[in-house]
Design a protein around this ligand. Structure first.
Ligand code: SER
Length: 926
C-alpha cells in the first residue's frame, strides 16, 4: 500500500478540538449556540447498568429522556473521554491490530434536546467536515438506516450527494443505542472516509441492503473508515427490547478524535497521529526497542501506550484496581500492559509509573488537572505492578508447560485451555482471562471462555450465598419504574413531612396493587417525598407513613430509603391498619432526630474533608476522596493516601474542625453550573453525579463542596467532632471514623472514664497513668526475661537429677545411646508443654552426644509428651522423635509431631498415659 496522498492541510489534535468546539459554539448563528461542557468522569453518574462511559451522550441520558430539564439553550458540545473495553462492544482485541481502535478514546460530539433535528444537523455535519476540516467530498460516503427516507433525501437533495454515495444499511449498522440495558436510542447516519483503491479488498460486501440499493460499497472493508455517527434519538428501549417514541426528538453525534486525526493527518493508523506517536517513540526509547520494524514489537508498543493512557484516565477518575466491576477492568488492562511490556518489549523493572508521567506530560495542554493527580496514580500503578510481577513469571511457566503438553497431545482442533485451568490461573496467579486468551492465541490455542465464566459465576454465587444481600438495582422493576414515573420530587431539604400519593408498591420484587398485614415488608414509590434516599454517602432517612384514624387509618414504618437513579424507593414495614393501595394519599414523615444526627455527621464530614486536605497538603500529601458514609450514628471518610495519617496530624485535623465549628458560619447553598462550581474550587468527587446545575454547600471560608445531602444551617450546631480511629481499608486507601454532636461528647466521656478507671486501679492521678504503665511494661519485660532464664536452669537441673537414676546405655556410641524415658510430675499447668520442651532441648547438655529422651506428663485432663533424639541416633538407629510422640499421642487420642530430633505432642485420654510410656520403653528395648 502506498501512503495516503492527501490534499488538505493536516490539523493537529489541538486544532481539531478547537475547530470542532468553535464550529458549534460560535459559527452557527445566534439561534444555534451550543454551550461547551468539559468531559464528564469515565464513571457514569447514577447509571448502574453502564461500567464506563462509552459515548459522549451518556452524561445527558436523563435530558434525552426528559427526566431532567434540558440546559438552556438546549444544545451542548463536548469532547468526552470514553472507554469501550467491557461487554459485547469491547474493542480490546482490536487495539494495536487495526487502524483505529482503542480501549479509551475521546469523542467529539454535539447534542440537542428537543431542538433541531435531521434537516439542520446533516448539512452542518457536511459543512464541518468539508469546509472546516477541508476533506474532499469525493472521498466521503454516508450510510443511512434502511427505511429512513427522510435522511436519505436530506443527503441527496439538500446536501446534494449523488445517490450512489448514500448507502442504506440495516439495524446492525445504522441503529444506535441504548447505551446500557435500557435507554434512549434511534436510527443513525454514519459518514465514511474512503482511503482509496489501494486499500480495497476483494471480500464481497456484507452490510448493505442490495435490494434497495445496488451500489457495491463494502463498508466493512478497510478501505472505508467510519468517522462520524449522527444519531437521531427519538425512541426509548425498555428492558424487554420494546421501543416507544420519546416525548422529544434529540440529536446525539459522535466523532472519534483519534480517527479524525488519522484522516486529517494522513497517518496509517491512529497511533501514528500526533496524539500517540511521541508516546510510541518515548516508550521505544525507554525499552530499547524500535517502532515500525517488527510487527510483534510495534503492536506491543501500541498496546502498552493505549493501555497506559486508559489507566491514567480511569485512576484519575477514582477507579481503584480490584476484582470486580470497573476495578477489575483497570486491573485487567494493567496486567495486560505489564505482560506485553515484559514479554514483548523486554522490560525487566517497574515501568508503568514512569511512563504514566510521560503520558500525563504529553496531554498537559488538554488535561492539566492530571498533573496534580500523578503522584497518586503512580503509587497505585507501582503497587499493582509489583504485586502482579510477583506471580507473573510463575504463572507464565505453568501456562507454558500446560500449553506444550496440550500441543504434544493435541488430537483435535477443539482442544484448548479449559475453563477450570483459566480460572485457576486467574485465582492463583492473577491472570485476567483476557490475558490468558492473548497468550493462548499466540500459541495457536483457544481458551474455553464459557467454561471460565461458569467457574467464575460459581465462585461469585458462593460469595453471594455467603453475603446474602441483594441491591435494588439488581431488579429491573425499578429501572422500569424510573422510566415510566420519572424522578421522584424531593422536598426534604425544606420540610420533614409532606402529603403524598402512592405511585407504586413493590412486594418480593414484583409490582402489586395493594399491601396489607402487620409486619409485611414492601417498597413504596411516592410522587413527592421528604425522605432522603441513600446517596452521596449519606444513609437513607427513616420515619413513618400515616393516615388519620377514621379515614382508613394506617401506620407504615419506613426503615430505610434508597435511590435508583432519581427514583426514591421507601423500604417499608406495614404496621397498623387495613390496607394500602396504589393511588392513595398519606402523610410521609421523616424521623426528625435521626435526620438531625445524619445532618450533623454529614456537615462534619465536609469539615473533616477540608481540614484533612489542608493538614496533609502542609505535609506535601495530596489526597482524593474515595468514599464516605454518613449516618445518624457516626461518619467515616475514605481517601487515597499511601501512608497512615500520624496521631499529630489527626490532632491538627480535629483541632481545625472544632475551631471552624466555633466560628459558627451560616450555611449557604448555591445552584451553579458545573463549570462555575469547578472554577470556584468546590470539592467534588470524581464519581459525583454530573449535571448541568449542581448544588454547592458552603460554610464560610472553611468548606465548599458539591453535595446533594442534608446539612445543618449553622456550623455551631455540630457542637463537637471527635475522631475515633484511622486505619487502612485497602492498599493505598485510608479511613477516618468520627462522631459529632452528642455522640462526640459521649465518646470523650467514655475515653475519659477509661482513663479514670486506670488511674484508680494504679492509685495515682490520671496525668501519671501513662508514664506509670510504661514503667510497668518495662518491668514486666524484665521479669519475663528473668523467668525464662530461671526456667532453663530449672529444666537443666531437673534433667541432671534424672540422668543418674534412669539413663540406660553408655552413650559412647550411637549404637549404644543413653536412653531416658520418664514421667515428670507436678509441672505448672499453664507452662507444662514449654517446660517439657525446654527440658528436651537441654538433653544434649545432660546426656552427651548420643541419646534418646522421652518425657511425659499429665496436667489436669491432658497428657503431654516431648521427645529428643540426637542426630547420630536418628541416623544409625532410625528412631525419629516425631514418630515416637505421634505414636504415644495416638494411644491417648491425640496427635502432634515435629522433626526427627525434636517433637511435641499431646492427648486427652489420661488413662492411657502409662501404656504410652510403656510402648516407648519397649520400642527402645529398655
Ligand atoms: N452515541 C453515538 C456513538 O457513540 C454517537 O455519539 O456512536
Amino acid at each position: 500500500m502506498t501512503s495516503l496522498n492527501h490534499t488538505w492541510k493536516p490539523l493537529s489534535h489541538l486544532e481539531i478540538r478547537e475547530k470542532f468546539i468553535a464550529f458549534f459554539r460560535d459559527k452557527l448563528g445566534a439561534d444555534a449556540v451550543h454551550c461547551a461542557v468539559p468531559s464528564a468522569s469515565l464513571i457514569p453518574a447514577n447509571n448502574p447498568t453502564v461500567m464506563l462511559t462509552p459515548a459522549g451522550m451518556l452524561p445527558f441520558v436523563p435530558m434525552f429522556l426528559g427526566l431532567e430539564p434540558a440546559p438552556t439553550p438546549p444544545r451542548l458540545v463536548s469532547i468526552q473521554k470514553c472507554a469501550r473495553v467491557s461487554g459485547k462492544a469491547s474493542d480490546l482485541e482490536s487495539v494495536g491490530r487495526t487502524r483505529g481502535h482503542h480501549t479509551a478514546f475521546e469523542m467529539l460530539g454535539n447534542f440537542a434536546f428537543g431542538d433541531y433535528f435531521k434537516s439542520q444537523m446533516i448539512p452542518w455535519a457536511w459543512q464541518l467536515i468539508t469546509q472546516e476540516f477541508g476533506l474532499p467530498p469525493e472521498r466521503l460516503y454516508v450510510s443511512v438506516f434502511q427505511s429512513d427516507d427522510e435522511t436519505f433525501d436530506i443527503w441527496t437533495k439538500t446536501v446534494g450527494l449523488p445517490a450512489e454515495r448514500v448507502i442504506r444499511c440495516g439495524e446492525k449498522d445504522n441503529f444506535w443505542g441504548p447505551p446500557g440495558a435500557t435507554g434512549p436510542c434511534g436510527p443513525c447516519s454514519e459518514i465514511y472516509f474512503d482511503f482509496g483503491a489501494d486499500y480495497d479488498t476483494t471480500q464481497p460486501h456484507t452490510n448493505h441492503d442490495t435490494s434497495t440499493h445496488p451500489v457495491p460499497i463494502n463498508l466493512d472493508s478497510p478501505r472505508y473508515l467510519e468517522i462520524w455517527n449522527l444519531v437521531f434519538m427519538e425512541l426509548f428501549q425498555d428492558s424487554e427490547g420494546q421501543r416507544v417514541p420519546l416525548a422529544q426528538k434529540n440529536v446525539d453525534t459522535g466523532m472519534g478524535l483519534e480517527r479524525i486525526a488519522l484522516v486529517l493527518q494522513g497517518a496509517k493508523n491512529t497511533f501514528e497521529t500526533d496524539l500517540f506517536l511521541p508516546l510510541i517513540h518515548a516508550l521505544a526509547a525507554m525499552t530499547g526497542t524500535v517502532y515500525g520494524q517488527q510487527d510483534a514489537i510495534s503492536t506491543a508498543l501500541k498496546i502498552v501506550v493505549d493501555h497506559t493512557r486508559f489507566l491514567v484516565w480511569v485512576l484519575a477518575d477514582g477507579v481503584l484496581p480490584s476484582n470486580d466491576g470497573r476495578g477489575y477492568i483497570a486491573r485487567m488492562i494493567l496486567r495486560r500492559a505489564v505482560r506485553f511490556a515484559r514479554q514483548k518489549l523486554g522490560v525487566l523493572d517497574l515501568f508503568l509509573a514512569d511512563f504514566a508521567a510521560v503520558v500525563v506530560a504529553h496531554f498537559a495542554a488538554v488535561y492539566p488537572e492530571l498533573e496534580g493527580m500523578l503522584p497518586r496514580i503512580q503509587s497505585i500503578l507501582s503497587r499493582e505492578e509489583t504485586r502482579f510481577i510477583e506471580t507473573l513469571e510463575r504463572g507464565i511457566k505453568q501456562l507454558d508447560a500446560l500449553m506444550s503438553e496440550l500441543k504434544a497431545t493435541k488430537t483435535s482442533d477443539n482442544q484448548g485451555i479449559s475453563g477450570d485451568v483459566a480460572f485457576m490461573l486467574y485465582d492463583t496467579y492473577g491472570f485476567p482471562v483476557e490475558m490468558t486468551q492473548d497468550i493462548a492465541e499466540e500459541a495457536g490455542l483457544r481458551v474455553d471462555k464459557a467454561g471460565f465464566d461458569e467457574a467464575m459465576a460459581a465462585q461469585k454465587a458462593r460469595a453471594r450465598a455467603a453475603r446474602k444481600s441483594q441491591t435494588l438495582v439488581d431488579n429491573p422493576v425499578y429501572a422500569d419504574l424510573l422510566a415510566t414515573l420519572g424522578a421522584t420530587q424531593f422536598v426534604g431539604y425544606d420540610t420533614l413531612s409532606q402529603e403524598a400519593t402512592v405511585l407504586a408498591l413493590i412486594q418480593d420484587g414484583e409490582l402489586v396493587e395493594e399491601v396489607s398485614g402487620t409486619n409485611t415488608s414492601f417498597e413504596a414509590v411516592l410522587d413527592v417525598t421528604p425522605f432522603y434516599g441513600e446517596s452521596g454517602g449519606q444513609v437513607g432517612d427513616r420515619g413513618v407513613f400515616s393516615r388519620e384514624v377514621g379515614h382508613h387509618g394506617l401506620t407504615v414504618v419506613v426503615k430505610d430509603t434508597q435511590k435508583v437513579g432519581d427514583l426514591v424507593v421507601h423500604q417499608c414495614l406495614f404496621d397498623n391498619g387495613e390496607v394500602l393501595r396504589v393511588g392513595e394519599t398519606l402523610m410521609a414523615q421523616v424521623e426528625p432526630s435521626a435526620r438531625h444526627r445524619a445532618a450533623i455527621h454529614h456537615t462534619a464530614t465536609h469539615l473533616v474533608n477540608a481540614a484533612l486536605r489542608k493538614v496533609l497538603h502542609g505535609h506535601g500529601l495530596e489526597i482524593t476522596q474515595a468514599g464516605s458514609r454518613v449516618s445518624p450514628e457516626g461518619a467515616r471518610f475514605d481517601f487515597t493516601c499511601d501512608r497512615p495519617v500520624s496521631p499529630e496530624q489527626l490532632g491538627q485535623v480535629e483541632w481545625l474542625v472544632n475551631s471552624w465549628i466555633q466560628e459558627d458560619p451560616e450555611r449557604q447553598v448555591h445552584e451553579l453550573s458545573i463549570e462555575a462550581a469547578r472554577e470556584s474550587g468546590a470539592l467534588m468527587m470524581a464519581t459525583e453525579k454530573y449535571g448541568q446545575v449542581v448544588r454547592v454547600v458552603v460554610y464560610g471560608p472553611f468548606s465548599k463542596e458539591l453535595c446533594g445531602g442534608t446539612h445543618l444551617e449553622r456550623l455551631g450546631h455540630i457542637g463537637l467532632v471527635k475522631i475515633v480511629t484511622e486505619s487502612a481499608i485497602a492498599a493505598g486507601v485510608r479511613r477516618l471514623e468520627f462522631v459529632a454532636g452528642e455522640l462526640a461528647l459521649k465518646q470523650v466521656r467514655q475515653e475519659s472514664a477509661q482513663l479514670s478507671r486506670l488511674a484508680t486501679l494504679l492509685k495515682i492521678s490520671r496525668w501519671e497513668a501513662v508514664s506509670r504503665v510504661e514503667k510497668m511494661l518495662d518491668e514486666h519485660k524484665q521479669h519475663q526475661r528473668e523467668q525464662e532464664g530461671l526456667l532453663t536452669q530449672l529444666a537443666q537441673y531437673q534433667l541432671a537429677m534424672l540422668v543418674g537414676q534412669y539413663a540406660s546405655g553408655s552413650g559412647e556410641t550411637p549404637q549404644c545411646p543413653k536412653i531416658l524415658v520418664h514421667q515428670v510430675l507436678d509441672l505448672p499447668a499453664d507452662s507444662a508443654s514449654a517446660r517439657l520442651k525446654s527440658m528436651a532441648e537441654q538433653a544434649e547438655n545432660s546426656l552427651g552426644k548420643n541419646f534418646a529422651l522421652f518425657l511425659a506428663t499429665q496436667v489436669d485432663d491432658r497428657v503431654q509428651f516431648a521427645c529428643a533424639v540426637s542426630d547420630s541416633v536418628v541416623k544409625v538407629k532410625g528412631w525419629k522423635a516425631g514418630d515416637v510422640v505421634k505414636q504415644a499421642a495416638s494411644l491417648c487420642g491425640g496427635g502432634g509431631g515435629g522433626k526427627p530430633t525434636m517433637a511435641l505432642a499431646g492427648g486427652r485420654d489420661v488413662t492411657q498415659l502409662e501404656a504410652a510410656i510403656e510402648a516407648v520403653r519397649q520400642q527402645w528395648a529398655l
